[in-house]
Write a protein that binds this ligand. Sequence first.
Ligand code: ZN
Length: 251
Amino acid sequence: MYEVYALKYAERDTTKCQFFYREASHDPLTLHYFVWLILGGPHPVLVDTGFLEDDARARHIRNYVSPAAMVERAGIKRGDVPMALITHLHYDHWAGHSLFPEAQYWIQGEEVAFWTGPFGSTPAFRGSANVDALARLVSLNYANRIRVVEGDREVLPGIRVHRVGGHTAGLQIVSVKTARGTVVLTSDASHFYHNVETRQPVQIITSLPEMLTAFETIHELAGAEKLIVAGHDPQVADRFKRVDDGIVKIA
Ligand SMILES: [Zn+2]
């Protein structure tokens, strides 16, 4: 049976009105940045790769620890990760890929198409891009290290990716069967519990209907156990079990 861990590697302060869709409140809001680790299968599975120190500096992000250091704190060497499921290509999920030199990266085809197409460079979207990291999609693809996925797919028995879109063109979420029930790693389909629980979107959107549909998909996949892991919410540490500095065991 699988075990699932959330590994926090950074934090950033913003305000609710900067983040939630049509939100009036100026109250402060703190984001936590995570990668997720699935153990107990034939090999470790990483979900997302975080970013490097350059993005932490440029974006005034605090308490940065290399995501690879967090993976090693959880007991897995960075070179022992052969599979990384990439939920989407925003800098905070993709720019750290080089930290994991043996990984093959599973990404939705629509996500690759979006960031190599006409809209990624527009003011509406480019703030979420790390251009050098996106450029490496091509060289990695020719090195057979990009696995392009279309739609829903079982990647190992009991681990599935589900294309939901909404926040980005090819955003995928991950479900994992565990002894406690199905864990749903929402990534940025629900940055905070507030999103999925009140159905309030965030401001970075490619399709509002897809984002709203994704909230329902998350609830359906999670079922009665509600093992939902929001993508950037400090509450993850309160709702599940903190086992070490920055490490939360989900199941
Ligand atoms: Zn994110």
